[in-house]
Design a protein around this ligand. Structure first.
Ligand SMILES: [Zn+2]
Length: 149
């Protein structure tokens, strides 16, 4: 299973880079995330992985169940950006003045989506459940991860 997972992750590398650059280009501040969770949801829709949206705000929790019983693991990534002006000339630099993915949440999100796609590809071999948690509002306190949610 592990070999197959790495094979698929390698296969999805360019898609993860594309996703990361797309998120980087369209950063959203904490508790103002709309586009980002919609993109994440669309990704799970395309794969047919069930998820809950609007968790504690705009968080998304997707669940991939293997074909055999086993343990459950959770993988978490945050998806909000920071109130910073991007001063780069990158082709995928932020289009939003004063907002930038400067903390890596664009990468976190792309990595977890790539992992979800890879786990989905090996779902037939998977024993157990993988939960993919996409958290909004991580950069502020109190943030998008309340104990009540
Ligand atoms: Zn952060």
């Amino acid at each position: 299973m592990q070999e197959n997972l790495f094979t698929y992750l390698t296969e999805y590398e360019s898609e993860m880079i594309r996703l990361r650059r797309d998120f980087h280009r369209h950063p959203e501040l904490s508790f103002q995330e709309v586009r980002t969770p919609a993109k994440i949801a669309a990704f799970y829709d395309a794969l047919g992985i069930p998820y809950r949206a609007n968790v504690g705000g705009s968080g998304i929790v997707a669940t991939l169940t293997g074909t055999r019983p086993g343990k459950t693991i959770a993988i978490r990534a945050d998806f909000d950006a920071l109130p910073l002006q991007e001063e780069t000339e990158l082709s995928f630099r932020s289009i939003r003045p004063g907002v930038m993915h400067a903390c890596g949440h664009d990468g976190h999100t792309a990595i977890v989506l790539g992992l979800a796609a890879a786990f989905h590809a090996i779902q037939d071999e998977l024993a157990g459940t993988v939960v993919f948690i996409h958290q909004h509002g991580e950069e502020v306190f109190p943030g998008g991860c309340h104990p009540d949610d």
